[in-house]
Design a protein around this ligand. Structure first.
Ligand SMILES: [Zn+2]
Length: 191
């Protein structure tokens, strides 16, 4: 088969050279309002073509590889003394038969980090991709909390653009007395 990144022949989803490249993370941090920190593993342009795979079935393999190289590494440098939960922004399964954000969240699992799936669901299925800030502000995602969460939370999404969705999700959790520690995304679109 062909490497999803460079199209050269490979036996796996990615060729050795591209795996080595993707192993080199470009860790970033952006602060949203009220000092809410969002950490990213890649620069958007580095993996833009790979992020588009989420609209296709092959994205299942792409996101598993990316998550192994990035989200799975969190436990190497973040060891919370208490149990915390990881929650994807909206991990409902659509027509691609998997949820890309659930894949990312799954790889955070460690002794103290416990992913919880289908906890937050956007009631408004509006697509933000390519839309203006004004449009995003007028069309809120209306997140609904579907599970009882007892621990502090890390929020997970694939791309950080305006950060509005993350802030909206955070505020829904906080209204339910849940502490939101920070957010993790694969890529920050502003760097
Ligand atoms: Zn390659």
């Amino acid at each position: 088969m062909k490497c999803f990144n460079c199209q050269s022949f490979t036996l796996l989803s990615f060729c050795d050279r591209c795996i080595k490249e993707l192993e080199e993370l470009s860790l970033g941090k952006r602060e949203l309002e009220n000092n809410f920190k969002v950490y990213s593993f890649y620069k958007y342009y580095e993996i833009k073509h790979l992020l588009h795979s989420k609209h296709h079935f092959y994205g299942y393999f792409v996101f598993n590889t990316l998550a192994q190289l990035s989200f799975a590494k969190l436990k190497d440098f973040f060891n919370p003394p208490v149990c915390i939960n990881a929650i994807a922004l909206d991990d409902r399964v659509e027509n691609t038969l998997y949820s890309h954000s659930a894949i990312l969240t799954k790889y955070l699992k460690s002794k103290t980090i416990k992913p919880i799936f289908s906890a937050l669901q956007a009631q408004n299925q509006v697509k933000y991709s390519g839309k203006s800030l004004d449009f995003r502000q007028k069309n809120k995602r209306n997140f609904k909390l579907l599970k009882e969460i007892k621990n502090p939370v890390i929020l997970v999404d694939d791309i950080l653009t305006t950060g509005l969705s993350l802030l909206e999700a955070k505020s829904v959790l906080e209204k339910n007395k849940i502490r939101v520690l920070f957010a993790l995304v694969l890529a920050d679109a502003k760097v």
